[in-house]
Design a protein around this ligand. Structure first.
Ligand SMILES: [Fe+2]
Ligand SMILES: [Fe+2]
Length: 182
């Protein structure tokens, strides 16, 4: 594998892993503030980041050894108002800088598997930002988010509110491949 795409996969694994963990802590904080729907949203999106980390990880099957993962990650835990701001900031970085450039490099280098994994994450993070922005409107008024079921595709992490689609719009997985957070 080309060195730059390989390092981008390692870095993306690091970023997704941290997002996965951070959102679980954000969910615990939202529970403490009695925002159960917001907590559920954090847990659903945390699961999607776990799927992304796994997708990136599997593209690195040829490696053996220790490597440094270098990824932008928000620090400074706070209340849910602050945590949602941090979450939107992180998703925005992935959408506007990280994944578009990783996709272009993987494409240029002919690394098809990595490109697909980056595209799946990119397509999902856009949904995450929209869902977090929806929750932010409520939390900023000191009320819990109003959210229906949140569905997460177990293949590509695609996340949506409502019923699971017959076919995943990102990876074409079946309806049964969606995990519902209700
Ligand atoms: Fe995300
Ligand atoms: Fe999918």
């Amino acid at each position: 594998m080309k060195a730059m795409t390989e390092q981008n996969l390692i870095n993306a694994f690091g970023g997704e892993s941290q997002a996965h963990m951070r959102y679980l802590h954000f969910a615990d904080q939202a529970d403490k503030e009695n925002f159960p729907n917001t907590a559920r949203l954090f847990r659903a999106i945390s699961h999607a980041e776990y799927v992304h980390a796994g997708d990136h990880y599997r593209e690195l099957i040829h490696l053996e050894g220790g490597f440094v993962a270098n990824s932008m990650a928000a620090f400074g835990p706070g209340d849910t108002k602050k945590n949602i701001r941090l979450a939107i900031m992180g998703e925005n970085y992935e959408i506007t800088e990280m994944y578009p450039s990783f996709i272009e490099i993987a494409k240029f280098q002919g690394e098809k598997g990595a490109e697909r994994s980056f595209r799946w994450a990119y397509g999902t993070e856009k949904m995450h930002k929209i869902l977090f922005e929806k929750a932010k409107e409520s939390v900023d008024r000191n009320t819990d988010a109003v959210l229906g079921p949140i569905q997460v595709c177990r293949i590509c992490g695609y996340t949506l509110e409502g019923e699971a689609p017959d076919k995943c719009p990102l990876c074409e997985a079946k309806k049964e491949d969606f995990t519902a957070f209700t």
